[in-house]
Design a protein around this ligand. Structure first.
Ligand SMILES: Cc1ncc(COP(=O)(O)O)c(C=O)c1O
Length: 410
């Protein structure tokens, strides 16, 4: 029987409850379960070639060992002190940046994005984001009564469109009196792009200029940092320059770095040159914790704190992660080689879980690929390919399907 009226608030009626990526993944899985030979390059988790999720044995052992009455109790609201300190140390070591930073526990990197949006934008304001972006930024901003404002990500030479970002910062300072920009580097999801040192220098110049006119916050979403290869920590060198006239936030998560997607362990790290401002930020972040998730996964924080500080565990995790990085790198190298031969258009792609292949019609491309049993995720202007879950041996088939898909759209 149809209800005479809906008690669901008008603003949230007709929302979709699932992420489109999970929908495509679901379809791929059910076709595979029905016996079809499916290549599923939709899911953003690193898997072995046989499809089993990659994990780090030392992380699993540590979590098991620390399970007990202590971990069953509530964690402090802003996080376990040892965890908070370990995260800052993980990013900035014993250097001066560590003394200008606070970190607050969050449920994964998603929680860090949520904290940035809630505390650095007023309701009704927008977050600046490159035109290719991680889809949930839209839901996180929308759910909090904020919005998204994309600027062109690439210029004519295929490099980061710094002028587009500068124009966005100017516009936001003029129209909303503040600006929050998210930079998801290294290993940008969904394009695979990583800013070069020269590009970071230009970002610093632009942020420096904008930050003299009004409050600017740069949120570095470093979710894939540990898979950034040689440039994994390159962004850290940019932080002092960014801090000259802006607030810097970093989204930190173990979802990928410790292959603990389900544990929901993360942190937001804030950096500011003024200790009084930093104390205010710390308080605002703690308040938001209490008002949303109350406190975060206690066991995960205890485990992460040990895994980040015990020298023996640090060495073991880093060796185990190196094996996963090598697995991923083999896929990236194979993809780049075949994609170049096929003439596919992609951004510069040296590291990371994903790459985007440009196409004039992403839906036509993805549909033509699905006809051949190959699943990617259509995004405006491209399809996203999750090499993290694509065995190297299947890359010739993947690239052939991409070639056919792009041709079908042209
Ligand atoms: C760009 C980006 N940011 C943040 C996250 C959030 O990660 P978590 O699973 O830790 O919430 C993801 C996860 O896919 C991501 O791709």
């Amino acid at each position: 029987m149809t209800a005479p009226f809906s008690s669901v608030a008008p603003g949230v009626r007709d929302r979709t409850g699932n992420d489109p990526i999970f929908i495509w993944n679901g379809e791929a899985r059910s076709r595979a379960a029905a016996g079809e030979d499916i290549l599923n390059a939709t899911i953003g988790a690193l898997t072995q070639d046989d499809g089993v999720l990659c994990t780090l044995p030392t992380v699993l052992e540590t979590m098991k060992r620390l399970q007990g009455p202590r971990s069953a109790g509530y964690a402090p609201i802003s996080g376990v002190p040892a965890f908070r300190a370990a995260v800052v140390h993980d990013l900035f070591g014993d250097g001066p940046l560590s003394r200008q930073a606070v970190s607050v526990a969050t449920p994964g990197g998603t929680g860090a994005v949520y904290q940035a949006v809630q505390n650095f934008l007023e309701p009704g304001q927008k977050m600046l984001v490159p035109s290719f972006f991680w889809g949930p930024y839209r839901e996180i901003t929308g759910h909090g009564g904020r919005g998204l404002d994309p600027f062109p990500m690439f210029d004519d030479r295929g490099e980061f469109d710094i002028d587009g970002m500068a124009a966005g910062l100017d516009r936001h300072l003029a129209t909303q009196g503040r600006a929050l920009v998210v930079l998801n580097f290294p290993c940008h999801n969904p394009t695979g792009y990583t800013l070069s040192a020269g590009e970071w220098d230009r970002v610093i110049d632009v942020v420096d200029a904008a930050g003299q006119r009004g409050p600017v916050t740069v949120f570095i979403d470093a979710a894939y940092m540990e898979f950034g290869g040689g440039s994994a920590r390159g962004w850290v060198d940019a932080v002092p320059g960014l801090m000259r006239n802006a607030t810097v936030l970093v989204g930190w998560t173990v979802s990928k770095s410790m292959a603990q997607y389900g544990a929901r362990i993360g942190a937001i790290v804030a950096l500011h040159r003024d200790p009084a401002e930093l104390a205010q930020i710390d308080n605002a972040l703690g308040y938001a914790c209490r008002a949303t998730w109350s406190n975060c996964h206690h066991l995960g924080q205890l485990a992460a704190a040990e895994l980040l500080t015990d020298p023996e565990l640090v060495a073991r995790v880093s060796a185990e992660r190196a094996e996963l990085s090598a697995l991923l790198q083999g896929r990236i190298d194979a993809f780049n080689q075949h994609a170049r031969m096929a003439g596919l258009r992609t951004p510069r792609y040296d590291a990371g879980f994903f790459v985007a292949v440009f196409t004039p019609d992403q839906d036509a491309t993805a549909a033509a690929m699905r006809d051949r049993g190959v699943y990617t995720v259509p995004i405006p202007g491209a399809v996203r390919v999750a090499l993290c879950s694509t065995p190297a041996s299947t890359i010739p088939r993947l690239v052939e399907a991409l070639e056919i898909g792009v041709a079908a759209a042209s």
